[in-house]
Design a protein. Structure first.
Length: 207
């Protein structure tokens, strides 16, 4: 009777020595994946508000490191389980499916592009140009998912939207509202025509 009960328990899987990577690994995987998902779509507390300390670059690097460690844990536990238990479990696929689902969704539904936000950018540019001369600059402006560190007037009715960089190091990037043609720029400046009065720019400060 005792031998039969032991056999039943073994068949039920209650005496496993090794377990597959299950729901705990999946949940821990979902956390950094969710963080990367938020960063990808700009669903992040503004760096200009009360969460200014939450530098996205550091969280991006931390999330990638966490995924790397979890991937290693998943691979080791999967290998040990398959070799030692000589069986398969659908729990093994859960963590990879979470990562794969996020990648597919991110590729299929890209973040809101600049073109869709042009009306909002242009409204800010026109308001700034209509302001008194001393007020023709704004700091820390949020336009949709875009964090603009500074909006300022250039020459000949140009308005520059300097994007908040993850890492600065003397490089300025963003967009220019320039209804009178190619912007004059500043420092080591280059621009790309986006159609209409808009240009994307990059400027590198040189000694």
């Amino acid at each position: 009777m005792g031998d039969q009960r032991a056999a039943d328990v073994k068949r039920a899987g209650f005496n496993r020595k090794y377990n597959p990577p299950g729901p705990i690994v999946a949940i821990l995987t979902a956390l950094p994946v969710g963080l990367l998902f938020c960063l990808h779509y700009g669903l992040w507390p503004s760096r200009f508000g009360s969460f200014q300390w939450a530098e996205p670059f550091l969280f991006f690097a931390g999330a990638l490191l966490a995924l790397g460690v979890l991937g290693l844990v998943w691979a080791i536990r999967t290998l040990i389980f398959v070799v030692e238990e000589r069986r398969w479990s659908w729990w093994i696929l859960l963590a990879p499916l979470i990562v794969l689902g996020a990648v597919v969704l991110g590729a299929a539904v890209p973040p809101t592009p600049f073109d869709e936000m042009r009306p909002e950018f242009e409204q800010v540019a026109r308001e700034l140009l209509a302001s008194p001369g001393s007020d023709r600059a704004r700091e820390n402006v949020e336009i949709g998912r875009f964090d603009i560190s500074r909006v300022f007037e250039g020459r000949d009715s140009e308005v520059y939207f300097r994007e908040e960089p993850w890492l600065g190091f003397g490089t300025s990037t963003g967009w220019v509202y320039s209804p009178n043609g190619e912007p004059s720029g500043f420092d080591d400046f280059s621009s790309t025509d986006l159609g209409g009065p808009w240009y994307e720019y990059k400027s590198v400060w040189r000694d």
